[in-house]
Design a protein around this ligand. Structure first.
Ligand code: G1P
Length: 274
């Protein structure tokens, strides 16, 4: 059973400067909730209750968010504002949060390896909070857990993207399995290829389930695209043994790491709420 969810959250968020100068990008709100809270809610909905967060310098607001603020609680107790804290209070009571710092920014693979100390020797989920996902039925992570239960190997969530965007994503190639139309056994994966080098237009989005052997692979993974240690390269090692499944999720994803995607998500959730 998967219980732990890792949130790499040490990045600088340079695309949102100056907003992210002193404020973590994971704390930028879509309506009234910070991005990372949507991620934690998705994990809880998928049955996970142990949150492992990779932070860095300037990220203390994340820890404060998932903690009680006695002064604030005292101020609004019994007022009409009190219910505004219900959702976050409920998350805090259902989950444990642990943190470790990524001291140097050496890529997503490096961030995930930094989390080994919080994860140990068990399969775990990874959520990149700036990919905000929504769906009408099961959350994207919950859908992936079902796929994991069947195949018992690493799972990546994928979506079809315009071919000209392949250089923004990890891209996979694979073969459909078991007569499905949404589940592929991965045969190749490339981090941010030029469109001319991309094997397909199937892009990895920020949801993963990883088996713990990924840590040993990451320890020996050489820096790849951008001089960074890439999770895509480590996953390719598992894929060579037939141990990665790509799952075309049902739902919608917003790239809240970009201003356009962030505005789109804001409009979407605003219209939904009203
Ligand atoms: C990371 C991964 C990439 C993946 C993307 C999903 O890139 O390296 O393979 O497609 O997340 O959001 P980043 O967006 O952190 O540059």
């Amino acid at each position: 059973m998967i219980k732990k969810c890792l949130f790499p959250a040490a990045g600088y968020g340079t695309r949102f400067l100056p907003a992210t100068k002193a404020n973590p990008k994971e704390m930028l709100p879509v309506l009234t909730k910070p991005l990372i809270q949507y991620g934690v809610e998705e994990a809880v909905e998928a049955g996970l209750n142990t949150m492992a967060i990779i932070t860095g310098r300037g990220k203390r607001a994340i820890e404060d968010h998932f903690d009680i603020s006695y002064e604030l609680e005292h101020q609004i107790k019994g007022t009409s504002k009190e219910p505004l804290l219900n959702e976050i209070r409920s998350l805090i009571s259902q989950c444990t949060f642990s943190y470790t710092r990524q001291v140097e920014m050496k890529g997503l693979g490096h961030a995930i390896l930094t989390g080994e100390t919080l994860i140990g020797n068990e399969a775990f989920a990874v959520i990149l909070a700036d990919d905000l996902c929504t769906s009408t039925k099961d959350s994207v992570l919950k859908q992936m857990i079902k796929v994991y239960e069947k195949y018992q190997c690493s799972i990546v969530a994928i979506e079809e993207i315009p071919m000209e965007d392949t250089s923004k994503y990890g891209v996979i190639a694979g073969n459909l399995v078991d007569g499905t139309d949404d589940t592929y056994r991965v045969t190749d994966m490339v981090e941010k290829p030029d469109p001319k080098d991309a094997p397909t237009n199937m892009a990895i989005i920020g949801r993963y389930i990883l088996t713990p052997d990924i840590f040993d692979i990451l320890r020996t993974t050489k820096p790849g695209k951008g001089g960074e240690i890439q999770i895509t390269d480590a996953l390719l090692e598992q894929a060579k043994q037939g141990k990665v499944i790509a799952y075309k999720f049902k739902g919608k994803r917003f790239d809240c790491g970009s201003v356009d995607g962030f505005v789109e998500a804001t409009n979407y959730f605003y219209n939904k709420q009203n």
